[in-house]
Design a protein around this ligand. Sequence first.
Ligand SMILES: Cc1cc2nc3c(=O)[nH]c(=O)nc-3n(C[C@H](O)[C@H](O)[C@H](O)COP(=O)(O)OP(=O)(O)OC[C@H]3O[C@@H](n4cnc5c(N)ncnc54)[C@H](O)[C@@H]3O)c2cc1C
Length: 109
Amino acid sequence: MLAAVEICREIGAAGAFKPYRSREVMPGSLGRSDMIDFIRNAVSTYFHPTSTCKMGHSPMCVVDHELKVHGLDGLRITDASIMPNVTSGNTNEPSVMIGEKLAELIRSK
Ligand SMILES: Cc1cc2nc3c(=O)[nH]c(=O)nc-3n(C[C@H](O)[C@H](O)[C@H](O)COP(=O)(O)OP(=O)(O)OC[C@H]3O[C@@H](n4cnc5c(N)ncnc54)[C@H](O)[C@@H]3O)c2cc1C
């Protein structure tokens, strides 16, 4: 993230943007430890946390392809937590699709 902030500052300071900017508002040129503090205070989830109960079969996975929790009977998970990775678009619609897919799966049994 330090590198990402520096790249953004570099782009913002580029000559090509001179006609469009006056000054850098934040974070400004900070030392490493102040920049780390700035990043820690500025980062957020951007409201799309996912994948804490990943679907799959590696040791880090929690549910199988039918969303059944590995090693437990009678428990499924159907929400954004089962996404193997965060989606490239927003997460609400994929969450609805996950729920509908499981409803369909249960109804078809
Ligand atoms: C501010 C904000 C803006 C967003 N904007 C968008 C957007 O514009 N577009 C988009 O695609 N996505 C958006 N998202 C993301 C989207 O809302 C989520 O990805 C989606 O709702 C995830 O669905 P979910 O079912 O996994 O979790 P949630 O929708 O969080 O549902 C979890 C449910 O479980 C309930 N619960 C929690 N603990 C318990 C418990 N112990 N017992 C019983 N019930 C419990 C909660 O009350 C809640 O109803 C936004 C998220 C936020 C926070």
